[in-house]
Ligand binder design. Sequence first.
Ligand SMILES: C=C(O[C@@H]1C=C(C(=O)O)C=C[C@H]1O)C(=O)O
Length: 425
Amino acid sequence: MQSDLSTITVTAPHTVAEPTATHFWESARQLGCPAALWRLPNQQEKHLIIHLTDVLPRVSADLEELPAGFAVSPFDNLDNGPDNPARTLFLRADVHVVFSEGTITQLNYASGHQAEALQRLVSQQLNNPPTSKFNSIATKTMADGDAQSLYEQNVAEAVAEMQQERFRKVVLSRTKRVEFDETPDVVAIFDKLCLTYPTAFVSAVFLPERGQVWISATPERLVSVDDKGIFRTLSLAGTQSAFDAAGQPKRPSEAMWSQKEIEEQALVSRYIIECFKKIRLREYLEEGPKTIIAGNLMHLGTRFSVDTQAVRYPQLGTVMLRLLHPTSAVCGMPRDAAYEFIRTHEPHDRELYSGFLGPVNVANEHGGPESHLFVHIRCLKLEGNVATLYAGAGLTEDSVPEREWQETEMKCQTLLNVLTSVTKK
Ligand SMILES: C=C(O[C@@H]1C=C(C(=O)O)C=C[C@H]1O)C(=O)O
């Protein structure tokens, strides 16, 4: 199954019968090879990479060491440094295709048997175009059972523990299951998410060893290092609808934030600043907090950036990634006490929800390598015809259980809006 990794770059000629992302995605699926499809915030290009062996390597998320590829980390990956068991899944860019407005602008194939097999499958797919089943399938939300009462009970318990000062913030999550009548078309869902949420990081990741596809449209940047060495991260928290009572979109300046939300977000910023302090880095720019629109929702966000060349700290991205994950936007503060509360109270395994994911050392349009890792929220896990959506809410001692549940419902709606709008017809 091993392929030779020497990569050739081919600029595909523009022909009528050019393969689409669906052709590549379906071919990877048939071969049983992991694949990742993504679109960065505010960009047109869509990228797809295929890893040409079925089982993925587990790596430590070291941005300086890793080749071009796509990293996916579970939530349960504390201290993801070299001394701990490597838990980050890594899809090597054995095949890398870039699409701009539906046309292939870049195509890299590794050489080897698997690459040839993939190329053959893509050609076959071209002759038998897959039909999108997206518009004809229906969804139904599966019964929540006692989910709401259990969630609210756990919120009340967390509030009691915070009043006793065991911790200051914890992010409690829940799941929601949706069943499709037929296996849905992942690429069609991805495309629809890209259109609906232009400022989000949109991705779909096929992991054959787990029998899963993960789909997300996340607003939360965890660590980016661009080709000029600019490091960026974001502190995000506080949630409200982006629409007013009449269903009209609100302007960011119309958002009213409560003391609870302002404090909750300040805790995330504090967490990031503590990480900078640990490495004695003072030269960071801080912008915000500002209201940020994330699809159907609004959050409070503070952007942090560092010029790693000016501060002579080229490995800052890797160091901060280790320190930041899991931030108090998805875990809590202090981190270990919040983590323990999550582990002992959430009835589900978070798996890849609230981990991080994104391209590592992938060339941008000018050829410079960039890494962009995002917090894996506003996501779902697809297993056959069943999608499991994940959503969490940041709790403080002022939390009201019912309101926190409603907040998770709104967060599920980000993906549900797209699933139902495209499946209605
Ligand atoms: C945990 C989630 O979102 C995070 C929690 C937020 C909050 O508690 O208000 C807001 C944005 C995210 O940082 C999620 O969407 O599941």
